[in-house]
Design a protein around this ligand. Sequence first.
Ligand code: NDP
Length: 450
Amino acid sequence: MDYTLSNPALNAIMQKVIAKNPSEPEFYQAVMEFLTSIEPALASHPELIEEKILERIVEPERQIMFRVAWVDDKGEIQVNRGFRVQFNSAIGPYKGGIRLHPSVNLGILKFLGFEQIFKNSLTGLPMGGGKGGSDFDPKGKSDNEVMSFCQSFMRELYRHIGADRDVPAGDIGTGAREVGYMFGQYKKITNEFTGVLTGKGLSFGGSLARTEATGYGLCYFVDCLLKKLGDSFEGKTVVISGAGNVAIYATEKAQQLGAKVVALCDSTGYIYDADGIKLDVVKEIKEVKRQRISEYVKAVPTAKYEDGRKGIWTIPCDIALPCATQNEIDIDDAKALVANGVKIVGEGANMPTTIEATNYFMSNGVLFCPGKAANAGGVATSGLEMSQNSERLSWTFEEVDAKLKQIMTNIFNNCDKTAKDLGMENNFVAGANIAGLLKVADAMRAQGCI
Ligand code: NDP
């Protein structure tokens, strides 16, 4: 990958990032995509370079790395590494999920924390950017082992977080079960019941509609785009990757809006159901039994299962919603999707599309909705969970869902207008990055050189 930018000031920042953060390709990719897209804003905002806003914004405020030792069911000690990257607190307490996956390393969490700054800014809520996690793999572990890990993880993390300091949430591998164990340990150590984590269970301060929020929010964003085109989800064929939290609820909302979702996947393979995915079957397999997606064809014999996840992008569709993980759509996948007539790509996952693939979509007339705008519904609803915790109140599902829809509409309009004002209509990458950046930059300037 070539990380050279034509603008000398931006290029200098990029080269410094590479020099100071060795072997962190995902972080370089996120910064490169960001710097490339914000260039049109430099002429009207010279402070971004002159006051080193950009140079400061690519440097995390704080990075914490720690040992997580825990005991497995055989009585053996296991050792993982825990992280929390507190990237930017200019507009509010750090906020971002905890990823538990064997691939987790500092560079991946830096890319995620960096994107989170602009995503959180776009929600309009007072939340800074952060991200954390561990190379622990919850897959195949017993509840007892997951609890042992989560408690050990929190025994260090608790000193760095707090309802007004840093509020972690779920992400890949961290669902309600893991958040529950972490919250219990935080409360035990600090003797405080506060809204220190979001994605909590409903019986102890969680918000209705948080589980659905990222997937629903993605569809609300895409629906705004379809409405702008005078169109709707009705009758559209949709391919969604993943079979986790985001994918399941994106499927649910797309179906409610009249689309036919024909494919889902996990990291081992994908299912194709020409009649439309039966979501109750998927929920039973994934949410209740925690099994592989291949089980689907046992319940629905007319559907097909294929090993390997890449083939999912060869299925013809009008709308593709990648909702699994980073870099899951490369240039070959993008070419296959375009050749098969895809019109819209909406990122439910964080950075699921490589830079090359993104450029290919945009130069071939595909409307591309970047994750930091399109998947912001999850963190926005986490922000609503924080508000409810502070108020000691719980809102109804309908209230939270209506607020989520309004926030996603605002984000869409903000990105759309920002791009239009810069003469780049329908470039939602530039719209999202510039709109997200300018608010954070304004707060950083006001707070001086810190
Ligand atoms: P989950 O852990 O619930 O689900 C992830 C899904 O993606 C699983 O089905 C997993 O399969 C699959 N997957 C993981 N890696 C790959 C791969 N290499 N190829 C194909 N499938 C893969 O995570 P979430 O649904 O919460 O998160 C998905 C994405 O959305 C992530 O990028 C996350 O950062 C992003 N996101 C999540 C938010 C949330 O609220 N949860 C908010 C905003 C963004 P398997 O089980 O085989 O690993």
